[in-house]
Design a protein around this ligand. Structure first.
Ligand code: AMP
Length: 184
C-alpha cells in the first residue's frame, strides 16, 4: 500500500519525538540535539535511511560524503542503501593520506575539516550528508572541499535542521539543493 502524505507526516513526527534535547551540552547555552534515541530503534534508523535514500533511486549518485562524526553513521548506511561509495570528511590530523583542507568560522575562532585528495574524482556525482544543520558553517567548508576536487554536488542532506539559525540560506546561496528530514 502506498503511504499517504498524512502517513509520512505522522512518521516524521514520530522520528522527531526520538530526538532528545540535552541542554547546556557541550557548553552552557547550547541545546544539543541528541540523535542516539532514534539510532537505538531499528525501525527509526531504517526509516530515516529509506526516506533519504529513496530520493536517489535512479539518480546515479556515485559517492556519499559524510562529515565527522555523526555524519558518518548516516553516510555509511545511505551509501550502502543506494549503492554508492563512501567518502569521509574529518577533523584535522585524522586522515592518513594526502589531504585538502577547508577552514570555517566558529562562534569563537576557527576550525577546519579535511578530505583525502583522491576521495572524489572530477565530475563524480556526490551527496553530502550530516546529522544537524545549524549555522551551515561546517557544511559550507565541506562543500568547498568537494568543489575543489571537482565533484558534482547533487544534494546536501541532513537528518535535522535548526531552521531558526538559517543555515539553509548559506548553502542555497552556493547553488545547491538542501534536504532535511526533520525540522525544528
Ligand atoms: P554548523 O556548522 O553550525 O551548521 O554546525 C553543524 C555541526 O555541528 C554538525 O556537524 C552538528 O553535528 C553539530 N551541531 C551544531 N549544533 C548542534 C546541536 N544543537 N546539536 C547537535 N549537534 C550540533
Amino acid at each position: 500500500m502506498r503511504e499517504t502524505d498524512l502517513d509520512i507526516k505522522k512518521e516524521i513526527e514520530e522520528l522527531k519525538s526520538l530526538i532528545r534535547d540535552v541542554p547546556d551540552f557541550p557548553k552552557p547555552g547550547i541545546v544539543f540535539k541528541d540523535i542516539t534515541p532514534l539510532l537505538h530503534r531499528p525501525w527509526a534508523f531504517q526509516k530515516v535511511i529509506d526516506y533519504i535514500g529513496n530520493r536517489y533511486v535512479g539518480a546515479g549518485v556515485e559517492i556519499v560524503a559524510g562529515i565527522e562524526s555523526r555524519g558518518f553513521l548516516l553516510a555509511a548506511a545511505l551509501a550502502y542503501k543506494i549503492g554508492a561509495g563512501l567518502a569521509i570528511i574529518r577533523k584535522p590530523g585524522k586522515l592518513p593520506y594526502k589531504t585538502l583542507s577547508a577552514t570555517y568560522t566558529l562562534e569563537y575562532g576557527q576550525d577546519a575539516i579535511e578530505i583525502h585528495e583522491d576521495a572524489i574524482s572530477k565530475g563524480t556525482k556526490v551527496v553530502l550528508i550530516d546529522d544537524v544543520l545549524a549555522t551551515g558553517g561546517t557544511m559550507g567548508a565541506a562543500i568547498e572541499l568537494v568543489e575543489k576536487l571537482g565533484g558534482h554536488i547533487v544534494s546536501v542532506d541532513f537528518l535535522l535542521e535548526l531552521t531558526f539559525l538559517k543555515g539553509r540560506e548559506r548553502i542555497v546561496s552556493k547553488g545547491y539543493p538542501v534536504f532535511s528530514l526533520i525540522k525544528f
